[in-house]
Write a protein that binds this ligand. Structure first.
Ligand code: PLP
Length: 455
């Protein structure tokens, strides 16, 4: 059974060709008996994909939906390259290493050899990065416990209830208690809560730079300070990991004074999604450790069956090199100034939308787009209609805007969230606001406490 099922309709199992090219039909779920011509096969697949949404109107995803044609060319030219095959493709490996160093330097890791020997790797995305960083925390904690002759069977990971699902996955897959702290007064984890939830079995604390739920930054420096104080008073030395899936490519450019990265001694590792504000098509993430000491050696495998001996730390073996190459392209192409300009524009558009949303007079802003270029808002009085109705109504204009409850501690608040990415414009923002206003009007008109609409 596929985990992703479409609504069953009858005659589900065949696809017929859209135009009469004499191609007939092909089964959906079984391997077709006969070979198709390349053109006919392409047509079948293209027709199936036609009903996918229009990415420009998708305000739900954080993931890059547009790259320059030059990047697409590079991707096309490197489609056959396998990133694990570092002997066959030494330059792809070198490019991966440079990207790791560039990010480590951007995040203020103190890399001794002139910034050239940072500890980190590319991943499929932040989810794989979270698995790797989480494992490093777990392995180091276990070694500490064993060295102290203490119990090493009940690890926990402290994080806000607002963490992205990858951390709950990490905890479940690797048998770690997910110590999810309910929201209390803020839309994310606070320093006092983080420190209070730690004990001798805590493998680490995860702070999120850019919460998935509302785009707000968790107070990483305050969390680090609270953990420093905890160490002073109890001796517990709890490492801090920063999930900067989105913020890792925003804060270095727009919030340079914000201390969230390796400038804080407590921060031992950081992950980011290259395919979110790193501006690369889906399939690339990054994880960087503060130093070699923070990545246990026994997690690193040496592979020699591709020729040469190569250290590897990854969940997958084979993986496309194309996205890593595309990441290097964006870093070289945009440089610091370009990233700053693109992210600033996204933030300006997001804050403009936030003001427009507020002016409609029916919403309460949860976030304002001034941290991640993301805003979340709820209905001030959700009596006549809900944010779920609004999300549905916005679909009729083509906009995909998710509606969901906030995490535990704030679960009585239902929000709509808008994510502004590269490719969105002030013009589209204006259209979105007027369609949002029209949706509110339509729903208010239909609401049961109003007189029915007559033609
Ligand atoms: C998107 C996201 C993730 C997961 O990242 P992928 O790159 O999609 O695997 C993890 N954490 C946060 C905060 C995110 O926003």
């Amino acid at each position: 059974m596929s985990l992703h099922q479409r609504h069953p309709q009858h005659d589900e199992n065949m696809i017929d060709s859209a135009f009469d090219g004499g191609v007939g039909s092909i089964p959906k779920h079984r391997l077709p008996r006969h070979t198709q011509s390349a053109d006919a096969a392409m047509r079948f697949v293209q027709d199936e994909l036609m009903l996918d949404g229009n990415a420009r109107q998708n305000l739900a995803t954080f993931v890059t939906t547009w790259m320059e044609p030059q990047a697409a060319t590079l991707i096309q030219e490197s489609l056959e390259k396998n990133i694990i095959d570092k002997d066959e493709y030494p330059q792809s490996a070198e490019i991966e290493r440079r990207c790791v160093n560039i990010l480590a330097n951007l995040w203020h890791a103190s890399t001794p050899a002139g910034g050239a020997d940072a500890v980190g790797c590319s991943t499929t995305g932040s989810s794989e990065a979270a698995m790797l960083a989480g494992m490093a925390l777990k392995w180091r904690w276990r070694a500490r416990q064993e060295a102290a002759g203490a119990d090493a069977t009940k690890p926990n990971l402290v994080m806000g209830a607002n963490v992205q699902v990858c951390w709950e996955k990490f905890a479940r897959y690797w048998d770690v208690e997910a110590r999810l702290v309910p929201l209390d007064g803020a839309t994310h984890l606070t320093a006092a809560q983080a420190a209070a939830a730690c004990d001798e079995n805590t493998i680490g604390v995860v702070a999120v730079l850019g919460s998935t739920f509302d785009g707000s930054y968790e107070p990483v420096a305050e969390i680090a300070a609270a953990l420093d104080a905890l160490q002073t008073s109890t001796g517990l030395d709890i490492p801090l990991h920063v999930d900067a899936a989105s913020g890792g490519f925003i804060a270095p450019f727009l919030d340079q004074d914000l201390r969230w990265d390796f400038r804080l001694d407590r921060v031992k590792s950081i992950n980011a999604s290259g395919h979110k504000y790193g501006l690369v098509y889906p399939g690339v993430g990054w994880v960087v450790w503060r130093s070699a000491d923070d990545l246990p050696k026994d997690l690193i495998f040496s592979v020699d069956y591709l020729g040469g001996s190569m250290p590897t730390f990854a969940l997958n073996f084979s993986r496309p090199a194309a996205q890593v190459i595309a990441q290097y392209y964006t870093l070289v192409r945009y440089g610091f100034d370009g990233y700053q300009r693109i992210q600033q524009r996204a933030r300006d558009i997001a804050t403009t939308i936030a003001k427009g949303v507020e002016q409609l007079g029916v919403f309460t802003l949860i976030s304002w787009g001034d941290e991640l270029p993301v805003l979340a808002f709820s209905l001030t009085t959700p009596d006549a209609f809900t944010v779920y109705d609004l999300s549905h109504e916005l679909r009729s204009f083509g906009w995909i805007v998710p509606a969901y409850p906030m995490p535990e501690g704030m679960a009585d608040v239902d929000v709509l969230r808008v994510v502004v990415r590269n490719g969105f414009t002030f013009d589209l923002a204006g259209m979105f606001l007027s369609d949002l206003a029209a949706s509110v009007e339509r729903l208010a008109g239909k609401a049961p406490d109003r007189v029915a609409f007559h033609h």
